[in-house]
Design a protein around this ligand. Sequence first.
Ligand SMILES: *Cc1c(COP(=O)(O)O)cnc(C)c1O
Length: 436
Amino acid sequence: MDVRRLTPRTDAVLADPRLAEAEQRLGRDIVLAAVRRAQDLVRAGEIEPGTAADTAVASLPPTAASLTPVINATGVLLHTNLGRAALSEAARAALQTAAGCTDLEFDLAAGSRGRRGRGMLAALAAAVPAAEAVYVVNNNAAALVLAATALAQGAEIVVSRGELIEIGDGFRLPDLIESTGARIREVGTTNRTSAADYAAAIGPQTGFVLKVHPSNYRIEGFTASASVADLAGLGVPVVGDIGSGLLAPHPSLPDEPDAASWLQAGATLVTASGDKLLGGPQAGLMLGRSDVISRLARHPLARALRVDKLAVAALEATLVGPPVPVAEALATNPAALRQRALLMAGNLAHAHIDARVEQTEAAVGGGGAPGLGIPSAAVSLPEGLAHPLRVGDAVRGGVRPAVVGRVENGRLLLDLIAVAPADDEVLVAAVLAAAG
Ligand SMILES: *Cc1c(COP(=O)(O)O)cnc(C)c1O
C-alpha cells in the first residue's frame, strides 16, 4: 500500500481545532501554506499521514508578521540592521494606544479637526527651548529633502568636500539633495575647509549653507573645518544636519553635536534622526527659525514626507518619558556589565557550556560618535552557537528571541552593552536552547 495515496485532504487537516484557532490569529493564507507543506511531506513519504496536522501546527510562525524579535548582543548600541534604537516601555505603551483610533488630528473638546501630533510637537519644542519652532517628518533623509526642496530648489547648497557623506546601503547625501533640483556647490578640501572657502562660494545663487556632522567616520590629522558660528555670520541661512538626534550636550559624548548648541551658535535650521541617540522611533526632527519652519510645513512635499501616527505617539513618549534604553546603556558602568557577564557565564558553565567573560570595546554605531570605544563586557561562547542562536528551533517557533552577537578570534561574543538587564535571563535561556 502506497502511503502517499493516503495524503489527508486539505479541509480535513484544516478542521483540526489547533489550526482553526491559528486561522483566527494568523489568517487563512499562513495556515493553508503550513498545511500544504505538511501534505508535501506526506507525499514524499517523510511523515506519516496521521501526523500531518501535528506537523502543520509545529511549522506555524508565531505571528502574522515575519519580523523576529532580536536581542542585540553585537556590542553596537544603535545597529541599523537591527532597527536602531530599542524603544522605552513608555514609547511601547504609546504605540499600543496609537494602534487604534486616536485624537491624532482631532480636537476632542471642540469636536473638530486639530493639529496633527500637537502633543508630540509641543514636547519637542519644550525639550529644545533654543528652537523658535519645530516640525517632524518621516526620517532625517526626508528632513534634508524637504529643506533642499523648500529652501534651495534651482539654487545652490554650499557644503564642504569633507562632509559629502554616504549614509549607508549605498545612499549618498549629495545624490539625495540633488534629486530635489538643488545644486551642490562643493567647497574646501576633504581634510580642510575654512569659513573663507564658504564665503567665496556664496552669492545670489545660494539657497543655504549646509553643515553635516560626519557621523559614521572621522577625519584625523591635518584638519580644519568652519564652525556653525563661523557660518552663521555669512549672511545666508545655515542648515545643520547633526545626524544623531542629541537635543542637548551629552557628558560621555563630547564630540557629538546637539541641536541646542548648533541653534545657539546661529543655525537657521537643524535636522536629526529620531531613532539614533535620541532613542525614539524613526523620525526626522526639524528645529529652527519659525518663518523657515512654517515654509517647510506648508510645502506640498511635506504631506508626502509626513510622520506616521505610530511614530508620533512613540516620539512624544520618548521625549517626556523616563530615560530611554540607549541613554541607560550609555550610563552603565563597565563593572556592572562585567558582573552581569560573570553571573551569566557562571550559569552557562553550570550547564556544561564553554562560557567565559571577556572585556570588550563597544561602539555607539548607527551614525553616532564614530571612533568612540565604550568599555563593555561580553559572554564568550563557542562560535558554533552563533547560527542556532539566530535561527534555531526555539527562535523559529517564537519560544525565544533570536540573539545576534559578533564573532571574534573564533569565539562568539555576546556583548552586554545593548542588552537590557531585564533580558539577561532570556539571553541565558536562549543560549541553553541553542546548545540543547
Ligand atoms: C543617519 C544620518 C542621516 C540619515 O538619517 P535617517 O533618519 O536614517 O534618514 C543623515 N545624516 C546624518 C549625518 C546621519 O548620521
